[in-house]
Design a binder for this molecule. Structure first.
Ligand SMILES: Cc1ncc(COP(=O)(O)O)c(C=O)c1O
Length: 401
């Protein structure tokens, strides 16, 4: 058989493998380096895996739920999730999203990723456009592609804040979804309530103009991973087509458990078909329902959060040291990333310089913004301490080259 290896998979998957290959390359490069110089001498800031352990409330809830578990807790259930968990989520989210929320507005999902796929499957017609602000979380490209949508990239300002004029200019008859993400991966910046309110009005006006809903999605798995007093914006209040998608991957450190949720705005009129579509999509995408045991566990720990002190310490140490050395970036007030400009302007070239000092980061081009590097500080404190002088050596080496 000719080209067996090529023909084992579908054509579009070749492109998917290729576009995901820089992540693999980094991973392989990291392994190679670890073998060469020893794991303790490699400073890997490339991973987005939360390092803060789940809080004690989670351990207690886990043990309690395991002891109390009944056969019913492990069976198939309504596709959108347990009623008591959805009720609990609605109540616990009222401090951010207002008193109008109830269980009907909440759908439990397999992480934020599952929520995004269920939602996009439910609302996208072929060629419908999904707008992403640059820099964006790269997996969005796959999720939009999974459901036949087309991605449209929208510039942000130099501090990676939304540019309202650029958003307006990106809208047309095919616009269907705008995805926002705050606190942001990869930039770490947070959006204000004022700017999200303004975007909400732009989206509502445009929906009116084209005569069909345009959704404003806030992907917020880092909502409580923040280090500033700025109130988290409620997209559900800013826009009647507002959708929150979130998870416990970062806030409870449960990325591997695949538990998350979606909430639609109580202002949305006639939501029944959207809910039915999301229920069917949860089933037909093969999720069937969000993990049953985790839904049960959340009843006792959903409002807890990982200890943020280590993330904040790393943010402070790195932001202060790197800006002193001459790296340029907006202050990251949330998530666990810094996204400085690559000294010299070329992200790949600067990653090579960093690699010489055994420091690994991710190129900004993977997030739609070449010329930057992403530094994930979800790492041990010792890694941060030992790497800081190496970031200095790298910028000096680049200057002297
Ligand atoms: C911005 C953003 N959205 C969504 C996700 C997916 O998270 P989850 O583990 O909840 O599916 C991630 C994970 O890193 C993320 O950074």
């Amino acid at each position: 058989m000719d080209n067996l290896s090529d023909n084992l998979i579908a054509g579009p998957m070749h492109a998917a493998i290729k576009s995901a290959s820089w992540i693999r390359q980094m991973f392989e490069e990291g392994n190679r380096l670890r073998e060469e110089v020893g794991a303790e001498n490699v400073f890997d800031f490339s991973l987005g895996n939360p390092s803060a352990p789940p809080p004690k409330e989670f351990q207690d809830a886990l043990i309690h739920a395991a002891k109390e578990s009944t056969p019913q807790d492990h069976r198939y259930m309504t596709n959108i999730g347990r009623l008591d968990t959805r009720q609990f989520m609605a109540e616990s989210l009222q401090d951010v999203h207002g008193p109008g929320l109830n269980a009907d507005h909440v759908i439990m999902t397999c992480g934020a990723a599952g929520g995004l796929n269920v939602f996009l499957k439910s609302v996208l017609n072929p060629e419908d456009e999904v707008m992403l602000l640059k820099p964006y979380f790269p997996e969005y490209l796959f999720y939009v592609g999974n459901h036949g949508g087309k991605t449209v990239f929208v510039d942000t300002d130099e501090d990676f804040q939304p540019d309202l004029e650029a958003i307006k200019a990106s809208l047309n008859e095919k616009s269907r979804v705008l995805i926002l993400n705050t606190p942001n991966n990869p930039s770490g910046v947070v959006y204000s309530k004022t700017v999200v309110d303004q975007i909400g009005s732009i989206i509502e006006d445009h929906a009116e103009k084209i005569g069909r809903p345009v959704y404003l999605v806030m992907d917020e798995p880092y909502r409580r991973i923040r280090y500033c007093d700025e109130q988290h914006p409620s997209v559900l209040q800013s826009c009647r087509f507002g959708i929150v998608i979130s998870s416990f991957s970062k806030e409870l450190g449960l990325a591997g458990e695949r538990i998350g949720f979606l909430v639609y705005s109580p202002q949305l009129e006639s939501p029944e078909t959207l809910v039915s579509a999301m229920s069917v999509a949860t089933r037909t995408l093969g999720f069937v329902n969000a993990p049953a045991f985790m839904q049960r566990v959340l009843l006792e720990c959903a409002t807890a959060c990982v200890d943020l002190s280590q993330y904040k310490l790393h943010r402070d140490m790195l932001y202060q040291a790197l800006t002193e050395f001459g790296y340029k970036m907006p202050r990251p007030d949330g998530a666990f990333f810094l996204f400085p400009k690559a000294p010299g302007g070329d992200d790949l070239a600067f990653l090579d310089v960093l690699r010489k000092f055994h420091v690994l980061c991710v190129p900004g081009r993977g997030f739609g913004t070449p010329g930057h590097i992403r530094i994930s500080y979800a790492v041990p404190t010792e890694t941060v301490e030992r790497a800081i002088p190496l970031f200095k050596k790298a910028i000096d080496a680049q200057r002297n080259s």
